[in-house]
Design a protein around this ligand. Sequence first.
Ligand SMILES: *[C@@H]1O[C@H](CO)[C@@H](O)[C@H](O)[C@H]1NC(C)=O
Ligand SMILES: *[C@@H]1O[C@H](CO)[C@@H](O)[C@H](O)[C@H]1NC(C)=O
Length: 353
Amino acid sequence: MHLSTIVASLALASSVLAVPTNSKTKEPSLYKAYRDRGRDFIGTALTIRDEPAEPEIIDQDFNSVTPENAMKWESTEPSRNNFTFAGGDAVVTFAKKYDQQIHCHTLVWHSQLPNWVSSGGFDNQTLISIMENHIKNVAGRWKAACTRWDVVNEALNEDGTYRKSVFLDTIGEAYIPIAFRLAAKYAKGSKLYYNDYNLEYNGAKTEGAKKIVKLIKSYGVRIDGVGYQAHLASESTPTAPGAVPDQATLEAALKATANEGVDVVYTEIDVRMNTPATPEKLKVQADAWERIARSCIAVKRCVGMTVWGISDKYSWIPGVFATEGAALLWDENYQKKPAYNGFLKGIKEGKKN
Ligand SMILES: *[C@@H]1O[C@H](CO)[C@@H](O)[C@H](O)[C@H]1NC(C)=O
Ligand SMILES: *[C@@H]1O[C@H](CO)[C@@H](O)[C@H](O)[C@H]1NC(C)=O
């Protein structure tokens, strides 16, 4: 063999060997790390927009998407029995292309509900039939696509009592099991969830969610899971004074409903701070994201975590809470923040109970 051939083949051999042993060439993936821990999905809220970085990130880090607005009542049935499916269909097409589960969101909710429902003055039986027609058409439309459905969203007050809404006022608490019964009928293949916020640290509200699970089951109706939205803060802020849950609080909250025999997931995680962000605050935030991931790994029935968007550029927080923000895992330029590494670390190293 000619010397130059030997040198070339040695170089080839060493470069082939170098690839798998050099871990720096391997990009991390949130959902692959989570699957390695034996759990199911890491998701993000999805609004389809002209940002090429987003599909790339979704492909790499996520295996589930939650449509941010496209499947809500005001988007799907803006006037009575007049259904508009284009936005939701686009999400389904996107999800297929990038091999994503879909956490469909949401069937019965007091907000983003058109006036014709909330101010229609319908009697009990009519409102139930309106709810049935909505669920039949919307859940029926995407019955093959929805891995999970948030069937009822935010039915509780902070003290754990039922929130006032046209559904509660007209039908009574029975609207909750009735909605789940209808979802079970028209979305047979989807897992059915109750979804709410502040369940992560407000014990009275967590008890309310437990009461809802029991109520649905007392009607002989299926509920598969409870969604903990997890709109949290990493430091005390004007809209979350002192609300920085420690890991024990998060775990106890997840267990409170998991012990009723349902799955639990974090459905809308973001961890806001007082802006502007500083390196110190970003570090505190990374620790908070790590705790959240650890709390999920610690609870056997915690099967998924969804973050409420990719980049701080589009987060809803600054639009609603003027002095707060920087709540997500990627900054406004789609660069990973320390929070990304904190979340990944919690997923990889969290202890199972
Ligand atoms: C149905 O909704 C669409 C758009 O929301 C509207 O343009 C149209 O007029 C509606 N049709 C009926 C029959 O109400
Ligand atoms: C409305 O009808 C449903 C189904 O028949 C029933 O469970 C519920 O109690 C009724 N609500 C009121 C306020 O009468």
